[in-house]
Design a binder for this molecule. Structure first.
Ligand code: UDP
Ligand code: MG
Length: 160
């Protein structure tokens, strides 16, 4: 009874993960996807996408007032990105841990940014920072029909 109750209280979250244009240009798409895939979360959306300026501005609207904002918009629209939606209990915070700190020089070794990047302005990957933003960003970058509801064959080997 108690374990069932606890399980039913666990929230399945969504997060929006993106290989930024530098990650695509540097041939790191497979490496980055595989880190999330190996962890055991569920992929529900995936596409290579050239981000229009308006979408980049909406995505980063909270950073509008920052001095680096214009360069950030140029960076994100400078080439194709790989957009991903991932789902699972605890996926938002766990994905942020896999990604590492914003500044790759401060990011722990073993994280994506810690292992694969050297500068904040070229930090190869994005991940939503809260469950609320995970839902907002997933809905912003994906149409409903682009998201798949499916049960991975390994599901019962990942969670008891
Ligand atoms: N960024 C930057 N200079 C800064 C801070 C951030 O170019 O001083 C860029 C960087 O690409 C970062 C993105 O803006 O990933 C969004 O910033 P945020 O603080 O949300 O970091 P994140 O959530 O990506 O770790
Ligand atoms: Mg952020």
């Amino acid at each position: 009874f108690l374990p069932n109750l606890v399980a039913s209280l666990e929230q399945v979250e969504q997060t929006y993960i993106m290989v930024k244009p530098d990650g695509v240009q540097r041939g790191l798409v497979g490496e980055i996807i595989s880190r999330f895939e190996r962890k055991g979360f569920k992929l529900t959306g995936l596409k290579l996408f050239q981000c229009p300026k308006e979408l980049a501005e909406e995505h980063y609207k909270d950073l509008r007032a920052k001095p680096f904002y214009p360069k950030l918009i140029d960076y994100i629209t400078s080439g194709p990105v790989v957009s991903m939606a991932w789902e699972g209990v605890g996926v938002v915070a766990s994905a942020r841990k896999l990604i590492g700190s914003t500044d790759p020089l401060q990011a722990e070794t073993g994280t994506i940014r810690g292992d694969l990047a050297v500068q904040t302005g070229r930090n190869v990957v994005h991940g939503s920072d809260s469950p609320e933003n995970g839902r907002r960003e997933t809905a912003l970058w994906f149409k409903e029909v682009e998201l798949c509801q499916w049960t991975p064959a390994q599901a019962s080997w990942l969670r008891e």
